[in-house]
Design a protein around this ligand. Structure first.
Ligand SMILES: [Zn+2]
Ligand SMILES: [Zn+2]
Length: 301
């Protein structure tokens, strides 16, 4: 800073003082960059202080872990992540080789899905079930970020250029009671982590449906018929778009089917689904069919 500037510092206006501050760290742009870097460093220091006060803990058992938002070794080992060969429609794990041809489980063969492809990060059992229930009913919103990372990894084959993440909505009365929509938290965390587009209010739930947790699949489909719709202000966003529907758990797939139907009715070009966990019946994993260009070429048990 020039010496004359120091002598008249007290009389300088706030703008002039700001200019000096920028000049003191270099040119305007560089100054802003350096100041930005200082804020980032400050943020990192605050984060380190917080991690000393609140060291990262395992999401499932609460033991201390090295990195933030993760699982300890034993919990990681006991969490049923989906890997290897999966059903291309619902993401349930299947046995047998993955040769690149489209494969579907028998549930998806019996109930063809109205979306193109689906993936799930976890099988809904054991630790995975605990995580989903904690996120859904236990106010454990901290689970959303690591869960989003797992979901992004599972959804990699479904993501196209300009894919829009769309969470399955809650009815407003349920939203008031729960205070947050776990699917929206997952979609937002996925968008943040994967630098993707997200539209949390693209779909609306116009009709309140009873809890579907113990409902047979046929009843679910009937109850959800036209219960979901595209928000009138979001129709232009849907037309020609590639939509990736996001939800916490897929049981029969009735809710996701209603959401996919609403998106296609509004003009979506492509709809895929990703869930944190997939409810898998043992019988669904023991038989699958190989598809090649729409033609059945074999069955496995
Ligand atoms: Zn643990
Ligand atoms: Zn399937």
């Amino acid at each position: 800073m020039p010496s004359h500037a120091v002598s008249c510092r007290n009389r300088a206006s706030a703008t002039t003082r700001a200019r000096w501050a920028i000049r003191a760290v270099g040119s305007n742009k560089a100054g802003i960059c350096i100041m930005g870097a200082r804020y980032i460093k400050m943020g990192q220091r605050i984060q380190s202080a917080l991690s000393l006060l609140y060291p990262p803990r395992c999401l499932t058992c609460g033991d201390l872990v090295e990195g933030a938002f993760g699982l300890c070794g034993p919990c990681w080992r006991d969490t049923p992540f989906v890997g290897g060969t999966v059903c291309d429609s619902c993401g349930v794990p299947l046995t047998g080789p993955d040769d690149g041809a489209r494969i579907e489980c028998d549930a998806c063969m019996q109930t063809p899905r109205p979306w193109r492809m689906g993936r799930s990060a976890l099988v809904y059992q054991g630790h995975a079930r605990k995580l989903v229930l904690a996120l859904k009913h236990g106010d454990r919103t901290d689970i959303a970020r690591p869960a989003a990372r797992w979901m992004l990894r599972a959804a990699r084959p479904l993501i196209r250029d300009r894919t829009v993440l769309v969470p399955v909505p809650l009815h407003w009365t349920r939203m008031l009671r729960r205070k947050y929509n776990q699917a929206a938290l997952l979609a937002q965390a996925m968008a943040e982590t994967g630098q993707l587009d997200v539209c949390v209010d693209l779909l609306t739930r116009s009709r309140r449906t009873p809890s579907l947790d113990r409902c047979p699949a046929a009843e679910r489909h009937a109850l959800l018929n036209r219960a979901l719709d595209v928000h009138p202000r979001r129709w232009t966003r849907v037309q020609g778009a590639s939509i990736l529907l996001v939800d916490d758990v897929m049981t029969s797939g009735a809710t996701l089917a209603a959401a996919a139907a609403a998106c296609y009715a509004a003009g979506a070009n492509d709809v895929c689904v990703v869930t944190l966990a997939r409810v898998a019946k043992d019988t669904w994993t023991c038989m699958w069919v190989i598809w090649n260009k729409g033609e059945t070429i074999g069955f496995y048990r």
